[in-house]
Design a protein around this ligand. Structure first.
Ligand code: AMP
Ligand code: ZN
Length: 432
């Protein structure tokens, strides 16, 4: 097998050996800022006190609130003049979280990203179009630098402006794209409306991530464009994209354990969950100079996939993200994640590219309204057929989530589109 980086071929012993060494140096580096020095002193953690990877469990967690409290640069561990870039996480409310990178950090990040792309077959000869937002969002420059590192002709198209997006892809024969799942279906639909077959584009691979999406959603994108879609996971706090990525097996995302230590913990107790069980992903950076982060509570829910991957890489795999702990909503006392709903509705061939979950209160109690766009060709069907679709979706959803939803069928392209990550849930129950 061809690897981009020798670390891809490491065995478990070697991975763990390197992790211990790098965890020690990360702790030494982290102690250069007041916040971590105090935290680590309180917990009695010195670099020498780390003897095995499991010793990481003695280190206190870092939360999003900690990062907010240290905004803008409280966690810097190098002089500011050594910082060459900063990014923010995509939260829309409250104090942002800012992450600063040294030249080495940026280089290491680009290498990780290039490694991901190479793993799924992207090569120098490819034309790469980045259809995600640039600016503070790490899916812009983060992916861009990885593609350039591979030597691809890289088109920084940015998000939106679908017509220009399509023109660029056609004129420059784009073979690989990075795109948010919600936007991928929209581009495909737009092409169809223009009388073009999306399958005729030279696109062969898409890196798709930045927000949760289901296997059913992936299948749709793959079929629409006749290309392979690989799940790309990352978060600004751990650089951004390049943290976890699917290999060509498409069965879980390898987390690059030479650069990170991943853990999965019970969100309530903070204790590790048994192998294979779903919990909250906790991440530690191992290769960051400017702003190392220890045991970051990502709020993302996933599980380690037991066993080894057929591709031969021994870096552990995580399953696709079920959702963020924050995305969960409660209707009639039942906990529901948006992805449970997506998983069901996207199996209906009549369903178009967009949907919205709206939580309401009708005076008697919670109402779970799911607005579903219906494909043009089905929307013209007679009333009876539409009713039938409606009740089939409602039934299947009730079986999955145990709450009977109100299904509202709407025309294609009528639901609101987000500029960046899709907003899947609107809670209208407690208007402020
Ligand atoms: P940001 O704040 O922009 O860095 O966004 C990071 C967050 O985006 C992660 O913590 C996840 O919640 C979400 N995310 C990123 N990639 C994926 C993915 N492939 N699947 C599901 N969620 C993702
Ligand atoms: Zn693999």
């Amino acid at each position: 097998m061809e690897f981009f980086d020798a670390a891809e071929a490491w065995n478990r012993d070697h991975i763990q050996h390197v992790q211990v060494t790098r965890l020690r140096s990360t702790i030494a580096q982290a102690r250069k800022c007041d916040f971590y020095r105090k935290r680590l002193d309180e917990a009695g953690i010195t670099p020498e006190s780390i003897r095995s990877v499991d010793d990481i469990q003695r280190i206190p967690f870092t939360t999003k609130q900690d990062l907010r409290d240290q905004y803008p640069m409280g966690l810097l561990t190098v002089p500011t003049r050594d910082i060459i870039r900063m990014h923010c996480s995509s939260g829309t409310t409250g104090t942002p979280v800012a992450i600063c990178h040294t030249a080495n950090d940026i280089k290491a990040w680009a290498n990780l990203m290039a490694r991901c792309m190479y793993m799924v077959g992207v090569r120098k000869e490819d034309v790469f179009q980045n259809m995600s937002g640039y600016g503070l969002f790490t899916g812009g420059l983060g992916i861009h630098y990885g593609a350039e590192r591979l030597g691809c002709m890289t088109i920084p198209a940015g998000a939106g402006n679908t017509l220009r997006q399509i023109k660029l892809a056609m004129d420059f024969h784009t073979t690989v794209a990075h795109i948010l799942p919600s936007y991928a279906l929209i581009v495909g639909e737009r092409l169809r409306e223009m009388g073009q077959d999306p399958r005729e584009l030279p696109l062969r691979i898409a890196l798709v991530g930045a927000e949760p999406y289901t296997v059913e959603f992936r299948r749709r994108i793959e079929e629409l464009f006749d290309m392979k879609v690989y799940n790309s996971y990352g978060l600004s706090e751990m650089n951004g994209p390049g943290v976890g990525f699917e290999c060509t097996e498409q069965n879980g995302l390898h987390i690059w354990e030479d650069a990170y230590i991943p853990e999965i913990v019970d969100p309530e107790t903070g204790k590790p969950v048994p192998d294979g069980e779903v919990g909250e992903l906790v991440m530690t950076s191992l290769c960051r100079q400017g702003m190392p982060i220890l045991r970051y509570r990502t709020r993302d829910l996933t599980r380690f996939i037991p066993g080894t991957c057929a591709c031969g890489r021994l870096h552990r795999r995580m399953d696709r993200i079920v959702g963020r702990a924050d995305d969960m909503f409660i209707v009639k006392g039942v906990n529901i994640y948006p992805m449970q709903i997506e998983q069901v509705i996207m199996t209906f061939k009549e369903v178009g590219q967009n949907y919205l979950i709206q939580l309401e209160n009708d005076g008697l109690g919670d109402v779970l309204r799911v607005k579903v766009e219906i494909r043009e060709e089905f929307f013209v069907e007679d009333m009876r057929k539409l009713r039938d679709i409606q009740s089939r979706i409602a039934r299947r959803l009730r079986d999955e989530i145990l709450v009977t939803p109100t299904i509202e069928l709407v025309e294609s392209n009528t639901l609101p589109l987000a500029e960046g990550k899709a907003v899947r849930v609107k809670d209208l129950r407690n208007p402020h």
